[in-house]
Design a protein around this ligand. Structure first.
Ligand code: DSN
Length: 451
């Protein structure tokens, strides 16, 4: 008998095919990424690492042929080592890094490993306020890290940019061990040079960038790369704009050597400290099927067509933002410089982000409610919504489709205004169904890869 799980997977396929994914942190993987992820590599244990140095002057072919020893705790690693080395090598090339740790199971694990590598309990970490666009792992009191380290927060200015002055003031006074740049809800390009200048005045301050949202844009060269501006570490997830499997990645600059011998705790040794912090510090067995899928995704991101894809993500986001503005949506930062848009629907129309999210869900447009600076509704009743273009751009959509999406969003907003309360949305079922049909028709014209 077929497990009901497979029936539910079929249902989810249908949902993905017939609706439009506007959550800026989601994407659709290729058939090859999916194949690697669902492979027999899931059967293998491989705690430890492959040899980092590889073969001097190595090429991908040479890596695939041979690997010079490893630092693993299990036998049978011939193929695993080569796959992980390919993933490391490709990640380094994509992001101009000296070293890549491809083992973090998620972005949260990646961030935690970096804190663990460089800080002692009680040390200060300066990151963006969660309510202004920071991530949970950047110091939210509900996280494990926040119980171990002492997080300090900077915020954004009125125009939605990073409050660099506040960052500098806090950094000068508190001398944090880490300054962290990188956000979950932010639509501008950070001034990495300016942050580096701030950090340079603080002894032993690790400069860390969490680029989970924009990693694909960085890989394609359409967004600056913090590692090119003197940052020591960049963490990311691999499944957002980078379009790989769900997982994490840590890129770093510095000495690369065996993680078996405890290195001196210096900024130069950050790559080795990070390897030890991932395994055995914070994780056990790596997910080699996911690492293989990461390798495949990095290979795809190294291809020229990925540059076009990334450029189109930004182009689509700008068109969508401009269209929404025409419909009187008030946007945080008055637009976007990347893949992400934050609309203040509370301020624009007096409706809550959650209500609007629910109404849009009913027509097959998926985004998420998001709190904005100064939001009175908090995380459960925020006044904003967050949306973006990575997934719909993967489906091949362009400016024409962005205009249609903005129109549907405006129509749904009008329905929300008419019914006043989300409990009454069913009163407008007919109108919502009509929009849903239009969304479905368009969605089916732009197939989801691998479905
Ligand atoms: N959950 C991710 C996002 O949506 O931004 C961050 O981890």
């Amino acid at each position: 008998m077929k497990d009901i799980v497979f029936k539910l997977i079929e249902e989810e396929k249908k949902r993905q095919k017939e609706g439009l994914e506007l959550i800026p942190s989601e994407n659709y993987v290729s058939a090859d990424v999916l194949k690697a992820m669902g492979s027999i590599l899931t059967n293998k244990y491989s705690e430890g690492y492959p040899n980092f140095k590889g073969i001097p002057g190595d090429s991908e072919k040479e890596i695939a042929k041979e690997i010079l020893g490893n630092y693993r705790y299990y036998g049978g690693q011939t193929n695993i080592d080569r796959i992980e080395r390919l993933a490391i090598d490709r990640a380094c090339r994509l992001f101009h890094a000296d070293h890549a740790n491809v083992q973090p199971h998620s972005g949260a694990n990646a961030n935690e490993a970096v804190y663990f590598a460089w800080c002692e309990p009680g040390d200060k970490i300066l990151a963006m306020n969660l309510g202004h666009g920071g991530h949970l792992t950047h110091g939210s009191p509900v996280t494990r890290s926040a119980k171990i380290y002492n997080f300090l927060a900077y915020g954004t200015t009125e125009d939605g940019d990073i409050d660099y002055k506040e960052m500098e003031k806090i950094a000068k006074k508190e001398k944090p061990k880490i300054i962290l740049v990188g956000y979950s809800a932010f639509m501008k390009i950070p001034d990495f040079k300016r942050v580096k200048k701030i950090a340079d005045k603080i002894p032993d301050c690790l400069l860390m960038a969490d680029m989970a949202h924009v990693a694909g844009l960085i890989a394609a060269g359409v967004h600056p790369n913090p590692l090119d501006f003197g940052f020591h570490v960049m963490t990311t997830t691999t499944h957002k704009t980078l379009r790989g499997p769900r997982g994490g990645l840590i890129l770093s600059k510095g000495n690369v050597a065996s993680p078996l011998k405890k290195p001196e705790k210096t900024l130069k040794n950050i790559p080795i400290l990070i390897d030890r912090a991932v395994f055995p510090g914070t994780q056990g067995g790596p997910l080699e099927h996911v690492i293989a899928a990461k390798a495949v995704a990095f290979g795809e991101a190294l291809r020229p067509e990925f540059k076009t894809y990334a450029k189109n993500i930004v182009k689509n986001a700008k068109v969508l933002a401009e269209e929404l503005k025409k419909y009187k949506f008030i946007l945080q930062g008055n637009g976007t410089e990347n893949h992400l848009i934050l609309a203040n629907v509370e301020k624009s129309f007096g409706i809550s982000g959650k209500f609007y999210e629910k109404a849009l869900d009913m027509v097959g447009l998926t985004l998420n409610a998001n709190s904005l600076p100064g939001d009175k509704g908090g995380a459960f009743r925020p006044g904003g919504v967050r949306l973006g273009t990575p997934a719909i751009t993967t489906r091949g959509m362009g400016p024409k489709e962005m205009k249609k999406i903005a129109k549907w969003m405006n129509d749904v907003k009008d329905i929300c205004l008419e019914v006043v309360d989300e409990e009454n949305l069913h009163l407008k079922q007919k109108e919502l169904d009509k929009i849903r049909k239009e969304v479905k028709n368009l969605s089916l014209k732009f197939p989801v890869p691998a479905i």
